[in-house]
Design a protein around this ligand. Sequence first.
Ligand code: UDP
Length: 207
Amino acid sequence: MNSEMIMQANQDPQLASIIQQADLVAADGAGVTLALKLNGIKQQRYAGIDLGAALLKVAGKQGADCPVAFYGGKPAILPKAVNFWQQQFPRLSVVIQHHGYITAAEQEQLLAELQAQQPRIILVALGIPRQEVWISAHRHLCPRSIWLGVGGSFDVWSGTKARAPELIQKLNMEWLFRLAQEPSRWRRILVLPQFVLLAIQEWWQKK
Ligand code: UDP
């Protein structure tokens, strides 16, 4: 969950209901932890990319006992992201990998593969809200699996984009780093001040 997603969910009841039905909602963005703080809840940030990495480390040690699926990212990016993990964990069992620009027919094939293989972990990198909608529509196919939306993580793991240095992450400025790296995100960033105002307004009303 990040501020952008909350603002989208405010306008989109389908997305709001998907979030409410999730088994786990992690605080991906600094705005979310700030809004929670204003509501008296101390919550550490846990970015989706870190959660994805933590799961892959476990899967990497368990090998074939914990098969993994990667879905999303550009065609040239996905194999690099998978390779990055396989280099670190040679036992990692990647049973399915599909880039995120497939046709409807290919998607049917992917769904059939997921159902047949039942990967333990399914990482979906289609961006918000596409990945949440997709997971919600298909998670019944592998009810015992962990389905996780990981946004632009494959871009980072492939080495195509850089992750913000730890200090910038700690200063809650990762959004600014991403904007500098990808100026076309500026329109998306515009919701951040709106979100902060909304959080302050809610806090004020509760006082
Ligand atoms: N993407 C995809 N299929 C699409 C649209 C996007 O696989 O139809 C991928 C895109 O290549 C990128 C990721 O989804 O790797 C979205 O990254 P972004 O940084 O925008 O994630 P967000 O900030 O939305 O979590």
